[in-house]
Design a protein around this ligand. Structure first.
Ligand code: NAG
Length: 473
């Protein structure tokens, strides 16, 4: 496993200089270092990490400084005259580790420097018999590299760890000066072995959170989006950048391959203490293509779907375009069969999101008992305005019809100006089609999961060919 990680890291290292990173069509996540700090802090709170450290401590040291402890025969400090005084501290053990305060420094192009500022409590019996309680401030300082695991997830790997001993205070009892020095030296030797595994445990928890980037998000019953890392994570001094590749698959597992854009997205700079996700136009288009190929954009508009104030009879049609009817009696109901045969086109431009859906509209007479009779066919394009709203896991879309343009489909024996129908058809589409479309759009555009950053309250910005979500840490 370790070997796998390293060979992959090496490979990435070789690939990095020539990769055209901005030619991403991926979902770009820029996670502020505050979020990493929070993730590390949370992994320590209430979790088993600290208890595990103490567990190790108590099991390893049945009397840290005792004769059978580290200072005993063959122990760390079992030399010469010191041994004599150390005997008197028999039974000194670690009793507690204070919840560390985490401070982070990102190391560009490498990883993170993590410092855990904590305190350990030691109990034992003092040289004069009474209870001895000591507290020692200690900083665990570690250098952590950010790489990619064999599974393809971002991973933090501990490269170097050391402890810095701060002030030692005697909380109760008496500790004569010569013994104080011995305690100090002992802690100096023992603490790295005890506290550095804590950093490893913390990284284990955080790596699990980082691993959720690699996820499969269902798109209703239609398919799913699979997120993978597109490139090696980048680290600046304020954030970690993950270029996440969204792969949209149909329920049968086929990849929906929408043509990739030619121009890279110009992602705006990120302010400190905010995290940012950039959702590319490509992902919007791919999700719409998935909807289209599943027939989720098709609808037969029958009179039942249309409120009575919107006309849907031959009489109404005759008033607009009598040429479109073939000697049908007036007052007969109509059926509009709407079929979307090509992928819709989403546009993210000028701070606006629009969706253009090409639709073939078959106009038929609708007889509850008989077979519908085809009257004429139109080629239409619906232009819809998209309202975007984020939730914790998705970017939701709600569409409203801006305009509908139609022309007669095939050369028609009695040609007429189909644009005369546009206003009427727009009304029908607004009341019958758009609400259904919005229900199918409930799948939304999935957002990648990174370190539990919640984008539900994110500020949205529509830029050229992308949507940027920004959330304060
Ligand atoms: C430990 O870290 C804290 C906070 O970063 C700092 O104020 C303190 O001086 C450090 N102590 C030692 C002994 O390095």
């Amino acid at each position: 496993m370790m070997l796998g990680v390293w060979s992959l890291l090496l490979l990435w290292g070789l690939v990095t200089p020539c990769q055209g990173l901005l030619e991403t069509v991926g979902t770009l996540a820029r996670i502020d270092k505050d979020e990493l700090g929070k993730a590390i802090q949370n992994s320590l709170v209430g979790g088993p990490v600290l208890q595990n450290v103490l567990g190790t401590v108590t099991s390893v040291n049945q009397g840290l400084l005792g004769s059978r402890g580290l200072l005993g025969g063959g122990g760390l400090l079992s030399y010469g005259g010191v041994f004599g005084v150390v005997e008197e501290l028999s039974g000194l053990t670690f009793e507690e580790v204070t919840l560390p305060k985490v401070s982070l420094k990102l190391l560009p192009e490498f990883g993170v420097q993590v410092t855990l500022h904590t305190k350990v409590g030691l109990h034992g019996s003092g040289p004069l018999g009474g209870l001895l309680q000591l507290a020692a401030e200690v900083n665990v300082s570690s250098r952590v590299a950010l790489g990619v695991s064999a599974r393809g997830t971002p991973i933090l790997i501990l490269k170097r760890c050391s402890t810095l001993l701060g002030h030692i205070s005697v909380l109760s009892g008496v500790l004569p000066a010569p013994l104080f020095g011995v305690v100090e030296q002992t802690l100096f030797k023992v603490l790295p072995g005890l506290l550095c595994p804590m950093v490893d445990s913390v990284l284990g928890v955080v790596n699990e959170l980082l691993g959720t980037v690699l996820s499969l998000v269902p798109l209703g019953a239609l398919g799913s989006v699979e997120f993978t890392l597109a490139t090696l994570p980048l680290i600046s001094n304020q954030y970690i950048e993950l270029d996440i590749n969204p792969i949209v698959k149909s329920i049968a597992g086929d990849i929906i391959d929408f043509p990739k854009p030619h121009h890279p997205i110009k992602v705006p700079p990120k302010e400190d203490h905010t995290s940012q996700v950039t959702v590319p136009l490509y992902l919007f288009n791919t999700v719409f293509e998935l909807l289209q190929t599943n027939g989720a954009l098709d609808l037969d508009i029958t009179p039942e779907l249309v409120p009575s104030n919107v006309p849907l009879t031959t009489t109404d049609l005759e008033a607009l375009a009598p040429e479109g009817l073939r000697k049908l009696p007036p007052g007969q109901q109509l059926l509009l069969s709407l079929r979307v045969k090509e992928a819709p086109m989403v546009t993210l431009q000028n701070k606006k999101a629009t969706v253009s859906i090409p639709a073939d509209i078959h106009v038929l007479s609708y007889l509850p008992k008989g077979t519908p009779e085809a009257l004429f066919e139109l080629n239409g394009v619906m232009t819809l305005n998209a309202q975007l709203a984020p939730s914790a896991t998705r970017l939701h879309l709600s569409l409203s019809l801006e305009r509908l343009s139609v022309k007669l489909a095939s050369p028609f024996s009695h040609a007429f100006d189909a644009s005369r129908l546009e206003e009427w058809l727009s009304d029908v589409v607004r009341v019958a089609y758009v609400p259904k479309l919005n229900v199918n759009l409930d799948v939304g555009i999935p957002l990648p999961k990174v370190l539990n950053v919640n984008f539900a309250n994110a500020a949205l910005e529509i830029i050229e060919n992308a949507v940027v979500l920004t959330v304060a840490s």
